[in-house]
Unconditional design. Structure first.
Length: 205
């Protein structure tokens, strides 16, 4: 049986060097450093990272040749040096699905989608899930819990042509057959008896 050799050294290290492992990055963002990244997507052509603490998404085209390689594109900020919530407020999950870029914009309670892969800094998304439009940032679309709103959607997955969203603040998982459009009621709700309640453990001990 083949054995797997474990090593303490990654094949590629993105983000700034951290002597000692837990050193915080510089206070000012740039093309290299990340602050509390919470999601990453990798394929043969791109690397996408949710740089959550800097409220932005960084993109590298092709596999970076060197450790600490600078990102090529930033989304959610006008440049690599600007910080603070703008388009994103704590982006978490990222993935490319059927050629579209999806980002879980957790604290704006929505998912943002780019129909084609972004090529310029701060390129706006093409549409949104969980809010009426890009100006909407309130939990559950600014109202009570419903099947089509989100409250802290921290991540998502696309498996066997089903799209799932971890709707964390509503204590449920929503699932659609195929890629959803905004306003489409989910085909399955896990963790709650229906789409209009969000109690912890269904209010059961």
């Amino acid at each position: 049986m083949d054995t797997i050799k474990l090593t303490a050294y990654p094949e590629r290290w993105l983000g700034g060097p951290a002597p000692g492992g837990l050193v915080l990055p510089p206070a000012h963002p740039n093309r290299i450093h990340l602050y509390a990244p919470r999601g990453v997507y990798i394929d043969d052509d791109i690397v996408v990272a949710a740089d959550s603490g800097n409220h932005r998404v960084l993109i590298w085209y092709s596999w970076p040749e060197n450790d600490h390689a600078p990102a090529d594109i930033v989304l959610g900020q006008p440049d690599f040096e600007t910080e603070g919530p703008k388009l994103f407020h704590l982006p978490t999950g990222v993935a490319v699905i059927e050629g579209k870029l999806f980002v879980a914009d957790a604290w704006h309670h929505r998912l943002l989608i780019w129909e084609t892969f972004p090529k310029i800094n701060n390129q706006p998304p093409d549409y949104v899930l969980g809010q009426e439009d890009l100006s909407g940032t309130s939990p559950n679309r600014g109202g009570k819990v419903s099947p089509t709103g989100f409250y802290w959607p921290y991540n998502f997955a696309y498996i066997d042509e089903w799209f799932y969203v971890a709707d964390t603040g509503n204590r449920r998982v929503l699932g659609w057959k195929g890629l959803p459009e905004d306003g489409r009621v989910p085909d399955v709700i896990l963790g709650q008896p229906n789409g209009y309640v969000n109690s912890e453990n269904r209010e059961k001990a």
